[in-house]
Design a protein around this ligand. Sequence first.
Ligand code: PLP
Ligand code: COI
Length: 338
Amino acid sequence: MKTIPEEWSRLSFAYYPTDYNVRCYYRDGKWGAVETSSSEHIVMHISATALHYGQEIFEGLKAFRGKDGRVRIFRWKENHERMNFSARGILVPEVPEAIFEEALRRVIELNADYVPPYGTGASLYIRPLLIGTGARLGVAPADEFLFVIFVSPVGPYFPTGFKCVDVKLVRDVDRAATLGTGRYKIGGNYAASLVSGAQAYSEGFKMALYLDAKEKKYIDECGPANFFGIRENTYVTPDSESILRSITNMSLRALAEDMGMTVERRKVPVEELSTFSETGACGTAAVITPIKSIHDKEMNAIYRYGDEPGEKSVTLYRRLQAVQLGDAEDKFGWVTVL
Ligand code: PLP
Ligand code: COI
């Protein structure tokens, strides 16, 4: 048995060991049964395609404990669909919905003690992982795969919580090519962001904001999150082939419309940054991370949005959390109550 956290509200976004994970193997052209494991390790062939040729997909979603003590999973079907979209993108077999659901429910139920209590600001982060385990030396897809789901209780992605952060606009690195793999949730995209992310961090910024790789004219996305800007009653967010289709962003667009806002999903030129009153990064881990300033060093420009989260960002954040925690009516059908 591992240790249950004592101070839930002090958790950060970090790996925290739990009792079990679940696994399912793909061999001889088919998926096997969902298995339970108490090991935090996997044994893999030294020539597995996940290790050499990046056949690796992951997902990220959360479960929350409500005031009623029940556990709510947020929009898991969207994560399942996106995982299979990524699978098609790098020649990995899709995971049937029934296997994904069985694995998901089982891993949460087995680790129920690790779902943070209501009111702590913490949640259970769920990490599905799908990797090529079959051995290849030439560049080719594997013939064996492993699907794993593990969980970790987490606090806010940035230790400051719902506070504004400074962001660096990166012009000397492309995170993802226009017709490349940016729209898939695969490890290589994150490897491609490590140097620029660390550089931004060493310069005092919390996140790197990337531009489209082809023209370097339009906003792509923001570290491990999508970007949005707010101008008067309008929510603006980039449409790009090289960014992840964020489920949080999708949800915020629906909530914004529900609040009577206009939603624009389109190319967002860098110059438009000066017209927003609020900007933010959004994602499962980041939730909404409001942006204080964006520094475009090469162009000698700094866009400032104030030290405190803007009114619309605060409302969107509260509304999203209320649905996730079960404090508000789930009128879009986003929540699966266990
Ligand atoms: N963009 C990137 C690169 C991410 O890693 C994430 C995190 O999952 C997101 C956007 C946000 O997506 P979601 O809201 O589905 O978590
Ligand atoms: C998430 O928000 O779920 C992510 O996957 C971000 C992660 C790379 C930290």
